[in-house]
Design a protein around this ligand. Structure first.
Ligand code: 13P
Ligand code: SF4
Length: 308
């Protein structure tokens, strides 16, 4: 089937099902273009919470769709491909995390939203990259903090806030792929280009960034900055909105180590147009959750939303 026909079918089914499509900035541009809302993790969680649609098709990864279900339990939430996971969420199993928390009984537990409902249930508060600094600063001075699962975001937050934080040692496979050596080579070839980076990147890459922020913050920065050229150290999907918003500026993806396309998130890219169409047609795979676990996980998400 041609792409235009798939889009027509998506539009017909979306109406029939009273559905909305939420898409993260990292999915392919053609999927972003058919979405009702495109955004970062926080914006999509807020859109899911407010939605009065019968169905949410979440073109993102599992933890995002699970979060949408927790925040809007009456709504049917479908994820176009159940294998759309996340290395951060997978690297932090709930049982191990529970033991980690039990070993640090006096700590306030902040978890990055890229984690399972089981981890959220053992956390005091959730954060995303766009509100992490604010959430950390909201904890009373002197109160030690446990932060999971991203050690790179955690290290960045320690540097920004000076807070005492014990970190879970997880990382994102995409953001750890950038090579500092190749980045420097690129900076030499493009001396006018401004380097911008997501805080999931490692410190040697962040060190070169003029601006560090969430996907939506990076997009905003490229719109308001007078610079004409940017080197972007995050997943390549965000370049779609950057180019759309500033067609006269140029955007260069930061290079991964080696010759792979490792700066493409393999999980996000599972959300093809066909997969979205199939999810709308079959209303599967559906996200389901144990209600008791969902209620526990919701407490830490609600705390984040109150502070955001
Ligand atoms: P944000 O869009 O919230 O910045 O998060 C990036 C990410 O890694 C999503 O998986
Ligand atoms: Fe997870 Fe990294 Fe993919 Fe984001 S880019 S979904 S953190 S693996």
């Amino acid at each position: 089937m041609k792409q235009d026909d798939i889009v027509l079918e998506i539009n017909r089914l979306r109406k029939e099902r009273n559905a909305i499509i939420l898409a993260h900035y990292y999915v392919d541009g053609e999927v972003q273009d058919i979405a009702d809302h495109v955004g970062d993790s926080l914006q999509l969680a807020q859109a899911a919470q407010k939605s009065d649609a019968d169905v949410i098709v979440f073109a993102g990864v599992h933890f995002m769709a699970e979060t949408a279900k927790i925040l809007n339990p009456k709504c049917k939430v479908v994820l176009p491909d159940l294998d759309a996971g996340c290395s951060l969420a997978e690297g932090c199993p709930a049982e191990q995390f529970e033991r980690f928390v039990a070993k640090h009984p006096d700590h306030y537990v902040i978890s990055y939203i890229n984690c399972s409902a089981g981890v959220k249930a053992h956390s005091h508060c959730i954060c995303t990259s766009s509100n992490a600094e604010k959430i950390v600063r909201s904890v009373p001075e002197g109160q030690p903090i446990l932060f999971a699962p991203d050690r790179n975001l955690g290290r960045y937050l320690i540097e920004k806030t000076g807070r005492d934080m014990t970190l879970w040692r997880g990382a994102c496979v995409v953001h750890e792929t950038f090579s500092e050596r190749k980045l420097i080579e690129l900076m030499v070839r493009h001396p006018e280009a401004v380097v911008i980076a997501h805080p999931e990147c490692e410190e040697p890459v962040l060190r070169h960034a003029k601006f560090i922020g969430s996907t939506s913050a990076l997009l905003k920065f490229t719109i308001s900055s007078p610079a004409r050229e940017f080197i972007v150290a995050t997943e390549t999907g965000i370049l779609h909105q950057m180019k759309k918003a500033s067609p006269d500026k140029s955007f260069i993806p930061a290079p991964p180590d080696g010759t792979c396309n490792c700066n493409d998130c393999p999980f996000m890219k599972k959300n093809t147009l066909e997969a979205v169409r199939n999810a709308l047609a079959t209303l599967e795979p559906e996200i389901t959750l144990d209600p008791a676990l969902a209620a526990k996980a919701k407490r830490s998400l609600d705390r984040m939303l109150e502070l955001s």
